[in-house]
Write a protein that binds this ligand. Sequence first.
Ligand SMILES: *Cc1c(COP(=O)(O)O)cnc(C)c1O
Length: 423
Amino acid sequence: MEEVIGGAKKRWNFGANEVVERSSPLSIREYLTTLLSHLDAGDARPVIPLGHGDPSPFPRFSTDPSAVEAICDAVRSNQFNNYSSSSGIPIARKAVAEYLSRDLSYQISPDDVHITAGCLQAIEILISALATPGANILLPRPSYPMYDSRASFSQLEVRYFDLLPENGWDVDLDAVEALADDKTVAIVVVNPCNPCGNVFSRQHLQKVAETACKLGILVISDEVYDHYAFGEKPFVSMAEFAEIVPVVLLGAISKRWFVPGWRLGWMVTLDPHCIMRDSGFAKTLINVLNMSTDAATFIQGAIPDIIGNTKEEFFSSKLEMVRECAEICYEEIMKIPCITCPCKPEGSMFTMVKLNLSLLEDISDDLDFCCKLAKEESLIILPGRAVGLENWLRITFAVELDLLIDGFSRLKNFAQRHSKKQP
Ligand SMILES: *Cc1c(COP(=O)(O)O)cnc(C)c1O
């Protein structure tokens, strides 16, 4: 950058960082900010947010009072004012290991659990640890965009395999095999899936694990929506297939307890055959953890009680609410000709719908659709490109029921107003 000072040109040595610029435009937050800037201030109706991933502001999705108590008790105890250790305090690691083992055919060791500041920090740490020069990683398309951003930022090459809408959003395993080479380090799967709303079957997860084993790559299983399965398929953790291939499991209390702001997540290394250990990767992971900030100690201190005192009834009633929202969402989508939902949502809080632009006039693409929708109807829906699929939309259905119903009536009006008139 050059600036003229007193007639002479002064040079400054710092400026935009191209690496960051290239990786940052992918964020969901940025798309949402763009959409909010299109809102019409003259519209007196409340804005309906069906683009976000955080239902915690809605009273229907408030967290369990026992979790709030656990946090208050932890702070009052004065036992958690100290620094944490880099993989988390022992009682938190133990509580998470036991929590995850409840549904498994074996016990996870607390030594394999590393506490992080939300699932996102686990992604950051893992991607940083994997990013060696020349390496590449296989990411699903569509996907949760933080993987792409962090990989580009760490200069880890990204190769995309498709999730197949015609096969219930299963992984295109042939594509995975075709994409991988001897510099491929890992494959990411998100189950239950943000953004697609599907849940992988046990058989499919096993095939993913077998394919990864054949290719000699790590499986990263993002299970931040663990147990958000309300369709026919039960949630099965990739942890069940760690005998086949080394697995790193990612999770958090963010989504299941509706407290993403508490920033508590985990990264669990499942390595029964010591492949991660013997290759040196386990040590690298610890080194990266050592240079990263820790989750707040009092939140970690509260974890045993958050997990121990939340009744099953809390989870089942929230799951039922999300299922009800998903049901309404799917029915309403079917009433709108210009969008189609290839798979009825059966997990997470999202669904993907395809835009049929040929039925619309004066709408050029998904982003245009969403910007005009924000402006004309004060309704926020995420353009598919934000998660890697142009001319699709990602709809969040975990909101208050009246908002959801109102949102769909606005969407219907919008679609009608912009549909091509019959000659
Ligand atoms: C929300 C989300 C995350 C991030 O979780 P935090 O605990 O809020 O950091 C990671 N992966 C997916 C798929 C998510 O939807």
